[in-house]
Write a protein that binds this ligand. Structure first.
Ligand SMILES: Cc1cc2nc3c(=O)[nH]c(=O)nc-3n(C[C@H](O)[C@H](O)[C@H](O)COP(=O)(O)OP(=O)(O)OC[C@H]3O[C@@H](n4cnc5c(N)ncnc54)[C@H](O)[C@@H]3O)c2cc1C
Length: 397
């Protein structure tokens, strides 16, 4: 017998899970379909930084609307805490110091607790940091990181408590479309008829969309991470750093480890066949980046490394919203290495869009896929340099 749902969400990453939760919380009959275990894609390997610093207001508003959900998780979602507060700094080179100060003003205008610091003030707060090539830093004392698997599992638990269905180890084999309307999905466990379908399939989204004639301006890219054990003199956790001059970030993990994001210009990977071992050069490159910013890390030891991936759009911002000409089809994908921290608000906004016709919590219209055809990009007036591993062949706009 054919199953039915009001909405089918394809993909059990953090964004699909958040969307399905937000729909279930509003009484919608929702079915989430995940081809593996939930968190099998980018979300399960995410560094899950939770910070608000962006150079455009829309992403910042999504992050800001999401932040209390992470911080107050036991009250909002039930279960154990998922958030570790560390403090956060976004550091830029001298050429971007003015831009950073203007972005801090923009962020303060929407309510974010952030200030611009001089290199001297950075050193006062984190004395072990090399500030020689830093022009300014944006400091967010309340920011930190989330526990990815606990967040995804919490969303799953709430979906099911609210009466939603979660089908793990079930593949969507095709989206069913008749002319300009979506009718549901075919899955490895049979058809599901639905009034709306949300594609939250991460790096697999272009393949699914291509089969119904929709080309996404997005490409899957690999992401390398190495993890080091800190030396005894750095035993106390440091703040999270996004290090723009070097195109990397560092964050603590537990009380002894530090994660390092290693630039990885490896595009058009196949998410089904990508190995998860760290690339041979990544450990040395990660060590060099970390030691440049925190020289005492020279005495850190390699703990492990891994390769993961995400879908990157042409302007390296998410694709969110309805699809012109295909009624009932919604996209929540191409989070471009930055989609964990905004997932609670993405869920709320997609539920509002599907049920009310418009997202009210944050205006997500700037993220609609039509922006590429219209020549619009998601960016504010004061950008920083694009990370070299995120430009070049991956840039389709
Ligand atoms: C190493 C790393 C570090 C990161 N660090 C940060 C960070 O610090 N902060 C931040 O905000 N973001 C970060 N990100 C980005 C963030 O994790 C991703 O943008 C986000 O997790 C994407 O979530 P998603 O739900 O869109 O996709 P995914 O987590 O990729 O989920 C998609 C799911 O869809 C399923 N699926 C695909 N096709 C089908 C099908 N046909 N049928 C059924 N299911 C299907 C997949 O199995 C998968 O589970 C990082 C990412 C990585 C990889």
């Amino acid at each position: 017998m054919t199953q039915t749902a009001d909405v089918v969400v394809i993909g059990g990453g953090v964004n699909g899970a958040s969307i399905a939760y937000a729909l279930a919380a509003r009484g919608t009959k929702v079915t989430l379909v995940e081809k593996g275990a939930m968190g099998d894609g980018a979300s399960g390997r995410s560094s899950a930084l939770v910070r608000m610093h962006y150079t455009n207001e829309w992403d910042a508003r999504l992050a800001w609307a999401s932040y209390p959900v992470f911080r107050d998780w036991p009250d909002v979602m039930g279960g154990d805490p998922v958030f570790t507060r560390t403090g956060f700094m976004n550091v830029v080179g001298p050429a971007y110091a003015d831009n950073l100060r203007k972005n801090v003003e923009m962020l303060r205008g929407i309510g974010v607790d952030t200030v611009a610091l001089t290199p001297r003030q950075v050193k006062d707060l984190q004395p072990f940091v090399n500030v020689d090539d830093i022009g300014a830093a944006a400091y967010e004392p309340e920011s930190g990181y989330a526990n990815p698997s606990a967040v995804i599992d919490g969303f799953r638990r709430r979906i099911q408590e609210l009466g939603g269905r979660v089908l793990q180890w079930t593949s969507v084999t095709g989206i069913v479309r008749r002319e300009s309307r979506v009718l549901g999905v075919e899955t490895s466990a049979g058809a599901i008829e639905a009034g709306a379908v949300v594609v939250a399939a991460g790096a697999w989204a272009p393949r699914l969309c291509r089969e119904i004639g929709l080309t996404l301006p997005a490409r899957p890219k690999a992401i390398d991470t190495v993890v080091v054990a800190r030396p005894p003199e750095l035993a106390e956790p440091h703040m999270i750093f996004i290090d723009n001059p070097q195109g990397t970030y560092f964050r603590t993990e537990s009380r002894s480890l530090t994660l390092v994001g290693v630039p990885c210009p490896v595009w058009d990977i196949d998410p089904d066949t990508l190995g998860t071992g760290v690339a041979p050069h990544a450990s040395a490159e990660g060590a060099a980046l970390l030691t440049h910013r925190i020289p005492a890390m020279e005495r850190a030891t390699l703990s492990r490394g891994y390769r993961a991936f995400d879908l990157y759009s042409g302007d390296r911002h998410a694709i969110l919203g309805a699809v012109d000409g295909i009624d009932g089809l919604y996209l929540a994908t191409a989070f471009s290495g930055s989609g964990f921290k905004i997932s609670p608000a993405v869920g709320t906004c997609l539920a509002e869009l599907i049920l009310d016709g418009r997202a009210k919590t944050v205006d997500i219209e700037p993220f609609n896929v039509r922006r590429f055809a219209e020549g619009r990009v998601v960016e504010g007036p004061y950008p920083y340099a694009t990370r070299p591993d995120q430009s070049g062949p991956g840039t389709v706009v």
